[in-house]
Design a protein around this ligand. Structure first.
Ligand SMILES: N[C@@H](CCC[C@H](N)C(=O)O)C(=O)O
Length: 289
């Protein structure tokens, strides 16, 4: 990362999906994949499942076309430094940071992402953030997930980023998830995928584990929880666009709870917490080592 100036950072999380946040309003930081991976390293860096660079849309070539709708662009990177289209927990934490920094007021805030503009709503009482995640796309075709020596049929769901959702007998069946689950056919996911393992907890209430592309097993994934909600609804015979009735599910993740509604227009809304934990300045000696 090239910068002669001190580089500020924050640390935040949403249902324990944690992020390094780098405010860079004018898009001046040159952020290599290696620097992102160093920052997200839990022992030698700050630590995080991913990184949120906070850039004015007008200052970023990938977001300039959205500047009229959303002042701020969430430049999201996975912990290994790879770029991803969207991060559902990240976008909540992103707007919490904007609010805390006095850059937006509670209420409606639009955020530009690589998956388009996402509309968010920051509760006045600071309780949580709701994000309009857009519709799920179900490309169809059979997918199989293998992990922990077992295999399951899975549903391919795209929430701006790719997911394979498998219903399992027990969340422990997926094993330790230290390695990337095998997903077939690989051609269904040319850029890799996030994988969710799901069990039922009650009526319209599920629990999941997730192995994230570029980050490994994490304690939550917002786009993954939305993919799981849609997979559970279809399995339960619900399709709000056809039924003319919204469907709401509670999705438990290891790091907390997300509430997700699919509307009759196909739009998906996710509500959950967003917390800023700390802020500081990167040590220039460490940064430029
Ligand atoms: N944790 C995120 C998803 C982050 C991106 C994902 N790992 C990918 O590569 O698609 C979320 O909360 O949605």
């Amino acid at each position: 990362m090239s910068s002669a100036q001190p580089v500020p950072f924050l640390k935040g999380h949403g249902t324990e999906n944690d992020f390094v946040i780098l405010p860079d309003p004018d898009g001046l930081l040159e952020l290599s994949a290696g620097t992102v991976a160093r920052l997200c390293d839990r022992r030698a860096g700050i630590g995080g499942d991913g990184l949120l660079r906070v850039v004015r849309s007008a200052a970023h070539p990938e977001a300039r076309h959205m500047a009229g709708d959303a002042e701020w662009f969430m430049d999201y990177r996975n912990a290994d430094g790879s770029v991803a289209e969207m991060c559902g927990n990240g976008v909540r934490v992103f707007v919490r940071h904007l609010e805390r920094a006095g850059l937006v007021k509670p209420g409606d805030v639009a955020v530009a992402t690589r998956a388009g503009v996402k509309r968010t709503h920051l509760a006045e009482d600071g309780s949580g953030v709701t994000v309009s995640m857009g519709p799920a796309v179900l490309p169809g075709g059979g997918v199989t997930v293998r992990a922990g020596g077992l295999s399951w049929p899975a549903l391919h769901v795209n929430m701006g980023n790719p997911h394979a959702v498998a219903f399992v007998g027990d969340l422990a069946d997926a094993g330790r998830l230290l390695e990337t689950p095998d997903v077939e056919p690989a051609s269904a996911y040319p850029s890799g995928t996030n994988v969710e393992f799901v069990v039922d907890r009650g009526a319209r209430h599920v629990a999941m584990r997730v192995h994230e592309r570029g980050s490994g097993e994490t304690r939550s994934c917002g786009t993954g929880a939305c993919a799981v909600m849609v997979a559970a609804a279809r399995r339960d015979g619900l399709d709000p666009a056809a039924d003319g009735e919204d469907a709401t599910y509670t999705v438990e993740v290891p790091g907390g709870t997300l509430v997700i509604t699919e509307r009759t227009d196909g739009g998906i809304e996710m509500t959950g917490p967003a917390v800023i934990v700390a802020e500081g300045t990167l040590d220039p000696e460490w940064l430029h080592a």
